[in-house]
Structure formats: C-alpha cells, structure tokens
Design a protein around this ligand. Structure first.
Ligand code: PLP
Length: 449
C-alpha cells in the first residue's frame, strides 16, 4: 500500500470536484485513483495491483515507465524542452526518419499532430485539397477520433450527438463475417460482397465527388474485425480506378500492435495517407501524425499546405518516439507481439471460447484480440444490446467486476472484451491474464440462455 493511504482519497476527491471526464455523465462515474504503474501493471493507493489488458486506451505498447524512454524524455527536457514547429530540431528530424523508414511503400513525409483525431482531420483535409473533391467515405463500426470532423467520420454511437457536422461524409459497411450485413457464409463471400457494396455506393454517390475512403486497417474499438484476405487490396484497386485517396487509420493498429510495425504490412497494402498516434511513443507524451505518400506530398511542394499546429513535432514527444521505436527494435517488441499472440494468447482465448458458452467468437492477431460475448451462440444475440446503457449493461459490468476481483483490468466495449495488453507482455503475464479471464467469463456465462 501507499505510505499515506489518505492520498488516494484526496486525489479522488479533487478529481470529482474539478476534473471533467471524456464521454461520461459526470456524476455517475467513479474513477480509480492510481498511485503508480510499471511494465504491464498499475496499482492503487490501497495496494491493489492490476494486470493491464487495456494498455491504457490501447497505447502503452511498450508498457508503463520503460526506463530508456523515461530517460530519453528527461534528457530532452534538460536539453530543449520545447521549440516552435518551423525549425529543424534533432528529435523531430530523427523521429520522422525512424517512422518513415518503417511506414509502407512511399509514405515518406511525416506531418506531426498532437494525437489521433487531429491526424485524421489533417489526412482528410489533405485528401480534399489533393483531389478537389468534397466527400469522404467511411465505415460503420469504426472510430476515428473525438474532434468535429473525425467524430463525424466515425461509425459508432459516439458520433450521434455531433451529427450536425456530417455533411460530406457517407458511410458504408466493411466486412465482418460474424455479423455479416451481406448474408455471407464464408470469408470469400463476405469479401466479394463488401467490395461490391462499396463499388455500388461509389457509383451512386458519384466517383468524381469522393475525395477519400478512410478505413481502420483492422477496426479497433468497434470490435477488432480482421478483414478477409483481398479486401484491402480490393479497396486499393477501387481507389486507384476512381482517383480516390485511400487513407488507412493506424492510430490503434499501428506500431507493433498486430505483430508487425503496421497492420497494413499484414495485407501488403500501401495507402496514400496513413494516420498514427498512440503506440508511436506509447503515449508517454501526446503525439500523432500523418504519413504522406510522394504523390500527395507533391501537391504541397510549391503550394502551401493550409494547416498547422503550435506543437507539431513537439521535441519532448518526438524524443519519446525516437526512444520508443529504438527500444521496440532493440528488444524485439514487434516480434514478441507476433509470437506471443500466435503461441499463447490466440490459442488461450480459443480454449476459453471452447469452455465458455458466453464467448461467441474469438478474433484478432498479435496483441490485438476481441471476444464477442453472446447470450446465445446459435442466434449470436449480443450479451448486451448495441449501445446499451444503465441496467441493460449489467452482464458486462459483472464480467468486468469479476476480472478486476481477479487482478485483471479488462477492456470492455458494448458486448465485447478486448485483449490488448502491452506488446512487451511476458508469457507468464499472458497466462495470469488468461486465468483471470477464465474466472470472469464464468460470471458472463451466468447470463447466457
Ligand atoms: N483513430 C483510431 C483508430 C482510434 O482508435 C482513435 C482513438 O482511440 C483515434 C483515431 C483518435 O485518437 P485520439 O484519441 O488520440 O485523438
């Protein structure tokens, strides 16, 4: 326990008095006061320790408090804490070089933002200016950020309150066999029909009115739906045929999460623009960005890009990115995510699914997994309804409480739990987490019919 247990109560009291939290009814939340964190764990002021299967909000890809990254931030703070964006700064130049070295194809120019949502804002602006066209096509079951344009591109209920700004955004269905919109029974059917649906949507919207198609390479918060083979290549081909900019959002899927540097690497697809944030520096200092292809960069070679940020490429954030990327390379973090996912997490989750009737489907790759929880495996009725609130969420709340009782902090969204631990997770930690999930799923099983 913390030497002064009263501190936790004081931290919480000040939070409740003055902190306004994201996406919340302010009087209905009860945030845990966190005293510290290291590696894959964090703990409260009473000495309760949790294995973090959420990586924060899926961003601590190298775990908490990596000593080399902490030291790099301290070193940069001592040397040059901040500087304006128009200058050439060592940490910024090096971060851009390391990122460009890893992004697929010719995505070699890096525009730095403060986080993921503003990366999406700028990617979309670049696409509109590059094509001179107004519309953006995005998928249902997606999340692209909380700012006005990004949330309007988003295909989940978080958009609804801000829908007045949806002009110019058209949404379509991406493939998701388990809950197919296309009456498909195989991945091949799902892929072909989803591509046909996208093609038809484009024909009826008018190809010449569409600036960009934006997709999460593997949709994250919406349910970790790994696209079937050929889908992203198919979208690439459609974009090429119609002169549409292809944007992949790798804010959550990027930087090792899928067991490759970028999820796009799994599919051999090169977008025209790629957004990133989160894992770029494990969220130690806020940072995001857009990786830009040669063709789109050329649009702004002799014509000013009308956009910018005071903190674009902030030295502290960039120094953290340099250290994080170097740590990931030196310590084989991406390889660990791939190996542990394939050897331990994937098989472990499938074993849980075989024993727990509440698990409808297991899907994922690397350190990026979802369990789709259901009331009934035959009908696939979700354990809680889509966008449920209040009492209707009780089964998921009971599942989460049971996980926490067993020392595991779970990621819960609607009827799903996501297994998204740090990419530095050890085999022992993976097994500890799977055992806690086993106990919590027994509670979820109690709500099946
Ligand atoms: N895009 C994706 C795919 C995300 O998962 C998120 C955040 O979860 C965002 C964009 C928005 O990023 P941020 O919250 O850093 O603005």
């Amino acid at each position: 326990p913390h030497p002064d247990p009263g501190t936790g109560a004081a931290v919480k009291a000040a939070d409740r008095a003055h902190v306004f939290h994201s996406w919340s009814a302010q009087e209905l939340i009860d945030p845990l006061a966190v005293a510290g964190a290291e590696g894959s764990y964090f703990w409260d002021y009473d000495g309760r320790r949790y294995l973090d299967f959420t990586s924060g909000l899926v961003f601590t890809n190298i775990g908490y408090q990596h000593p080399k990254v902490v030291a790099a931030i301290q070193e940069q703070a001592g040397r040059m804490t901040t500087f304006a964006p128009a200058f050439a700064i060592e940490a910024r130049s090096e971060a851009a070089r390391l990122i460009a070295e890893r992004t697929p194809g010719d995505l070699d120019k890096i525009f730095f933002t403060n986080a993921g949502a503003d990366a999406v804002e700028h990617a979309v602006r670049m696409a509109r200016l590059h094509t001179g066209r107004p519309k953006i096509l995005s998928a249902y079951r997606s999340y692209h950020g909380g700012t006005q344009q990004a949330v309007n591109i988003t295909g989940d209920p978080r958009r609804w309150a801000s829908d007045s700004g949806s002009a110019g955004v058209v949404r379509f269905w991406a493939p998701f066999l388990y809950r197919s919109r296309f009456y498909a029974e195989t991945e091949e059917q799902e892929c072909a029909r989803a591509l046909e649906h996208l093609e038809t949507t484009i024909a009826f919207e008018g190809p010449d009115t569409i600036a960009a198609i934006i997709l999460e390479t593997i949709p994250g918060t919406a349910g970790i739906m790994v696209p079937p083979p050929g889908y992203l290549a198919g979208v690439r081909e459609i974009c090429d045929r119609h002169g549409i900019v292809f944007v992949l959002d790798e804010v959550m899927a990027g930087f090792g999460r899928t067991g490759t540097w970028f999820a796009a690497d799994l599919f051999g697809v090169v977008p025209d623009l790629m957004t990133f944030a989160k894992g770029v520096n494990s969220g130690y200092v806020p940072l995001g960005g857009v990786a830009i292809s040669e063709r789109i960069a050329a649009t702004f070679a002799r014509r000013p890009y009308p956009g910018g940020l005071t903190y674009s490429g902030h030295p502290l954030a960039c120094a953290a990115a340099v250290a994080t990327i170097n740590v990931m390379a030196e310590e084989g973090v991406v390889e660990n995510a791939a190996g542990l996912g394939a050897r331990v997490i994937g098989p472990g989750l499938r074993d849980l699914a075989a024993r727990h009737p509440s698990v409808g489907e297991v899907r994922g790759v690397g350190m990026f997994w979802a369990l789709d929880l259901v009331r009934n495996r035959e009908t696939r009725e979700p354990l809680v309804p889509y966008n449920a609130s209040g009492e209707a969420t009780a089964p998921m709340a009971a599942f989460a409480a049971a996980a926490k009782e067993n020392g595991l902090w779970p990621f819960v969204n609607m009827n799903r739990t996501h297994v998204v631990p740090p990419c530095t997770l050890t085999e022992e930690e993976a097994k500890e987490g799977l055992a806690a999930l086993d106990a919590a799923l027994t509670v979820a099983d109690g709500y099946t019919e």
